[in-house]
Design a protein around this ligand. Structure first.
Ligand SMILES: NC(=O)c1ccc[n+]([C@@H]2O[C@H](COP(=O)([O-])OP(=O)(O)OC[C@H]3O[C@@H](n4cnc5c(N)ncnc54)[C@H](O)[C@@H]3O)[C@@H](O)[C@H]2O)c1
Length: 324
């Protein structure tokens, strides 16, 4: 029987690179869809495939149940697994593969794009200039330097570490919290260890989120936490939209308590018309593109494709996120 693959990730499909040739060389029947697919679309497709090569599609318990027994493996193009019911997959002995270590440079660079876009008023001013509003003298926007401002990192993993080293290069003191703190890295790079997330939030001028979304981190930035943060703090989120309570951050941007929010991710993607963060005060939103560079997509796509092919061929060179 021909092996059938469901390929849903659009950046994989739309970006040129050797992953296409690799995938097509295997003799698979490849069904291409434009993800991320919601649960109802995944349910329509489920049951006919040996493997999913997916992005942030809703792979719920119901989708997995309908996909078994034919589905042999889920190969996630990316690292975040929050849209996959990994616990249920594990209970069914269904391997979930992912691609850690391929996009940390790209996402860290994007984080600084958002930071400088906000603090130096680059986005606001570029929009004004495009609209023919080249102001004179002190009517021009005035920004802030980032040198000397404290960078607070929540989640000192692969991306958080890349943000830390770049922040040091900009002359920012760096503090961080991570429940599995890497002391050796911190010592080598002069990162101050904080014992809790709150310790970071109360001291940092810039808070950058780089942890996973799970039941502990969902809504971790809310009105109560924001109240204890520095006045005018800049919040950066290149991790997951649901880490931040949308209504709370909008309110804090309006009041000026939060001086800027740079987000590559939203709580609903794509956002419905009128999402409160689109066009919010001092807010830059990009459409989940932090890992989308030609360099990063190629690394990520090759890793996800090798993971899937190697698993299906019984070769042990693949990265499995769930253990059983
Ligand atoms: N915007 C994008 O395009 C994009 C691309 C890649 C990754 N991401 C997201 O970035 C996040 C981090 O990716 P990574 O590659 O650095 O992962 P990683 O596993 O290397 O690092 C995550 C870190 O978060 C820490 N952590 C877990 N719970 C925490 C908590 N409660 N508080 C603070 N830290 C906690 C972990 O110990 C780990 O060190 C993931 O959520 C991922 O989905 C987004």
């Amino acid at each position: 029987m021909t092996t059938r693959i469901l390929l849903t990730t659009t950046s994989y499909q739309d970006t040129p690179g050797p992953h296409h040739e690799l995938l097509e060389s295997q003799g698979f029947k490849i069904v291409r869809e434009r993800g991320p697919l919601p649960e109802d679309a995944m349910l329509d497709l489920a049951g006919e495939f040996d493997a999913f090569l997916c992005g942030d599609d809703a792979i719920t318990k119901a989708v997995i149940e309908k996909s078994l027994p034919r589905l042999k493996v889920i190969s996630k193009y990316g690292i975040g697994l929050d849209k996959i019911d990994v616990a249920f997959a594990t209970s069914q002995q269904l391997p979930v593969l992912n691609t850690p270590g391929v996009n940390h440079t790209t996402v860290a660079e994007h984080t600084f794009g958002l930071l400088l876009g906000l603090t130096k008023k680059i986005q606001q001013n570029a929009v004004e200039v495009n609209d023919g509003k080249w102001q004179a003298g002190w009517k021009k926007p005035v920004g802030n330097e980032i040198m000397g401002k404290t960078m607070g990192i929540i989640g000192l993993g692969r991306i958080g570490k890349e943000v830390a080293t770049r922040a040091k290069a900009f002359g920012m003191p760096v503090i961080a919290f991570d429940p599995y703190f890497d002391d050796a890295f911190a010592e080598e790079h002069g990162v101050k260890k904080c014992g809790s997330m709150d310790e970071v939030l109360t001291q940092a001028n810039v808070v950058s989120l780089h942890c996973f979304l799970d039941e502990n981190t969902h809504g971790m930035i809310n009105s109560e936490k924001i109240a204890d943060m520095q006045n005018g703090v800049i919040v950066l989120n290149c991790a997951r939209g649901e880490l931040v309570e949308t209504d709370c951050i909008v309110k804090a941007l309006d009041s000026g308590k939060v001086g800027g929010y740079g987000a590559d991710v939203l709580d609903t993607e794509p956002p419905a018309a009128g999402h409160p963060l689109i066009g919010a005060t001092n807010c830059i939103v990009t459409s989940h593109i932090a890992s989308r560079t030609y360099e990063s997509v190629e690394r990520q796509a090759l890793r996800a494709t090798h993971n899937m092919i190697n698993f299906l061929n019984g070769d042990d060179d693949y990265i499995q996120a769930n253990k059983f």
